[in-house]
Every structure is written in structure tokens, then in C-alpha cells.
Write a protein that binds this ligand. Structure first.
Ligand SMILES: NC(=O)c1ccc[n+]([C@@H]2O[C@H](COP(=O)([O-])OP(=O)(O)OC[C@H]3O[C@@H](n4cnc5c(N)ncnc54)[C@H](OP(=O)(O)O)[C@@H]3O)[C@@H](O)[C@H]2O)c1
Length: 324
């Protein structure tokens, strides 16, 4: 029998247990995929802690790459032996083999190996919709990207630079600063030591940036608003430091008729046509060498609890892959 990570209650990394599971034949519209590599994402922490509630008991994980083993009836796009990858629900990617709806899969270009695919799908598709759908980044824009040396960060910074933006990144230490500078950032700010909003004003000659991409949440929300130009947009897309507390929308008016959106990848890829379009844009920038996918950590899937500990302790850079 195959193994998977299961959780029976929310809590710390210790709630993640490696268990034998039964995997049925694929239902109509489903495929069964044998995973070669599984992605680690911050949303997995929110699911584990219960910040984003899941019905329990549950599997975990939203991203993996592998080979199609079997297809259910009414599946014509995929065949056994196809190399595929996915990012998004239903949860359960922390597993050796699983069934999932065929319309969530993308076929992998031959040049993209499984570990790269598992590292890039969720963070890369996220970068795609952040930069190309929420606020369409264009040549000459100044943008601020928090946690620039992280999984989404390294991909988004390179991509924003390739789009012609001036990229300002924030990080928590010198090693991460060097990494962010080598991956698309024009300027890096250590937001644990400096007032990043003031530095952004200095860098932009007082104007502020057109858009802030903020996956840090609670600790950066106020400073992110203070970093924007008039009519700029805050894209608040994560809670690595905790969720943003309630605030008065009048603030948006007082700080320059600002726009705020709190998006999620799931809505931007809900339609298969949208998923395919974003996937093509992602494979294109990676294939063209404009965005390099950096797998900086790997862990055996069975030891994913340690990966969660390190992620929450801000020890990771780039992307992390779990090996089933
Ligand atoms: N809405 C969406 O569609 C969507 C999709 C994907 C990801 N996300 C969000 O994007 C963010 C980045 O995701 P990721 O998977 O690429 O993770 P990541 O950036 O690799 O890891 C999180 C980073 O956040 C920074 N951070 C700042 N304060 C922190 C704190 N108190 N605790 C932990 N980390 C802190 C750390 O970088 P420094 O040490 O440099 O500060 C850390 O490395 C997450 O918030 C995630 O939920 C959202």
C-alpha cells in the first residue's frame, strides 16, 4: 500500500503523520498520478495550523509532479505515462500516489524535470497571476516584493525584472539580500533592521511604488500602504507573519486613493482556460531562461514535519521539494 501524510487534528508539525493509505481507481473525470516530487508551500502551514480550516482527518499539500498511472472514464486529455504537474486543490499532494480531477493537471514540457516542476507550479503560477492579472506590471513600474528570497519571492522578482520593472525586495538577512539581488532585485531592504517604507520613498525619489506584493501580512501591512504611489495597489496575498487585522477602509483614501486586493491562486485558475493560459506563460518564461527555478531544500516526504519547522523559522530560501 502507498503512504501519505495525514493529519487528524490541527497544530504544530507533530500532527503530520506518515500513514499507509488506500488509493482507489480513478473516478470519472479523475486521473491517478504517481508522484516523483511534491512541493512545499506556506499555505500548507496555514492548513496544518487551522488558519485555513480543512475538514479532518485530511491529507495535506497542493502541488506535485509525476506520471499518470491510470485515467477514469471521460478523461481524454491525459493517458498513462504522461508527465504532469499540478498546483491547487483538492489537498492531498503529500502522498506517493493519489487520484485527482484531470482538469487540474498540466502536461510538463520535456525540458522541465519533476523536481523543478514541483518547485515551480504553485509559486510560479502565483507569480504569474500576481504580476500579469492583479496589477499588470509594465516596463518602468517600480514594484515592491516582500520576502524576496523566498519561494514566490525569487520567482516573482526575476519575472518582474524581465517585464521591465524596477524591483525592490525585502528580506531578513544579508545572505537573503545577496540572493535577492542575484534574482532580479534592483534594490534590497532588510525589513528587520530598516523602516522599509521610508527606504522605498528614498529609492523612488519620494513617489512610492505602483504595486506592493505582500505575502508577509500582519507585520508589513501598514508599511506596504505607506510605500505606494497615489492610486497604487496593495496585493496582500499571504500571512507568513500572521493575518492582517481588521482596518478602516478610510485609510485607503487618506493614503492616496489606494487599491487593495486579497487574491488567491484558486480563483485565478478556477477555469481550466485560465489555468492553461497562466501555465503557458509560466513555462514560457522558465523555458526562455528569464526565470530560474531554485530548489534550495529537499526533504524526504515522510520527514515533512522538519520542513515545516524550518519554513516557519525562516530558514528556507527559494523553493523546497519533498521526495516521496
Ligand atoms: N494568495 C495566493 O494565491 C498565494 C499563493 C502562494 C503563496 N502565497 C503566500 O505567499 C507567501 C510566500 O509563500 P512561499 O510558499 O513562497 O513561502 P516563502 O516566501 O518561501 O516563506 C515565507 C517567507 O516569509 C518571510 N517572513 C516574514 N515574516 C515571517 C514570519 N513571522 N514567519 C515566517 N516567515 C516570515 C520569510 O522571509 P524573510 O526571512 O526574508 O523575512 C520567509 O522565508 C506566503 O504568505 C504564502 O501564503 C499566497
Amino acid at each position: 500500500m502507498p503512504f501519505a501524510i495525514r493529519m487528524h487534528r490541527t497544530g504544530g508539525p507533530e500532527v503530520l503523520s506518515w500513514e499507509e493509505v488506500e488509493v482507489a481507481d480513478p473516478a470519472p473525470g479523475e486521473v491517478r498520478v504517481r508522484h516523483a516530487a511534491v512541493g512545499l508551500n506556506y499555505i500548507d502551514v496555514y492548513h496544518r495550523t487551522g488558519l485555513y480550516p480543512l475538514p479532518l482527518p485530511s491529507g495535506l499539500g497542493l502541488e506535485a509532479a509525476g506520471v499518470v498511472e491510470a485515467v477514469g472514464s471521460a478523461v481524454s486529455e491525459f493517458h498513462p505515462g504522461d508527465r504532469v504537474a499540478y498546483a491547487g486543490g483538492p489537498v492531498g499532494a503529500y502522498s506517493q500516489v493519489r487520484c485527482l480531477p484531470a482538469d487540474r493537471l498540466l502536461k510538463l514540457p520535456p525540458a522541465i524535470d519533476f523536481q523543478t516542476a514541483a518547485a515551480m507550479m504553485l509559486q510560479g503560477l502565483t507569480s504569474a497571476y500576481l504580476l500579469r492579472r492583479t496589477c499588470h506590471v509594465q516596463t518602468g513600474d517600480a514594484v515592491l516584493i516582500h520576502a524576496a528570497a523566498g519561494g514566490v519571492g525569487l520567482i516573482a522578482c526575476q519575472w518582474a525584472r524581465a517585464l521591465g520593472a524596477t524591483v525592490i525586495g525585502t528580506v531578513s538577512n544579508e545572505a537573503k539580500a545577496a540572493l535577492a539581488m542575484a534574482h532580479g532585485c534592483d534594490h534590497v531592504i532588510d525589513y528587520t533592521r530598516e523602516d522599509f517604507a521610508r527606504r522605498v520613498r528614498e529609492i523612488t525619489g519620494g513617489a512610492g511604488v505602483r504595486v506592493v506584493y505582500d505575502g508577509v501580512g500582519k507585520d508589513t501591512f501598514a508599511g506596504s500602504l505607506d510605500s505606494l504611489q497615489t492610486c497604487g495597489m496593495l496585493v496582500s496575498f499571504g500571512n507568513a507573519s500572521g493575518p492582517v487585522p481588521p482596518f478602516d477602509p478610510l485609510l485607503l483614501s487618506q493614503k492616496g486613493s489606494l487599491f487593495l486586493t486579497r487574491p488567491t491562486l484558486m480563483h485565478y485558475t478556477a477555469k481550466r482556460s485560465d489555468l492553461l493560459a497562466l501555465g503557458t506563460e509560466l513555462f514560457d518564461v522558465v523555458g526562455a531562461g528569464k526565470v530560474r527555478i531554485e530548489v534550495h531544500q529537499t526533504y524526504p516526504l515522510a520527514e515533512v514535519a522538519g520542513a515545516h519547522r524550518d519554513l516557519e523559522a525562516r530558514k528556507h530560501t527559494g523553493s523546497t521539494v519533498l521526495l516521496p
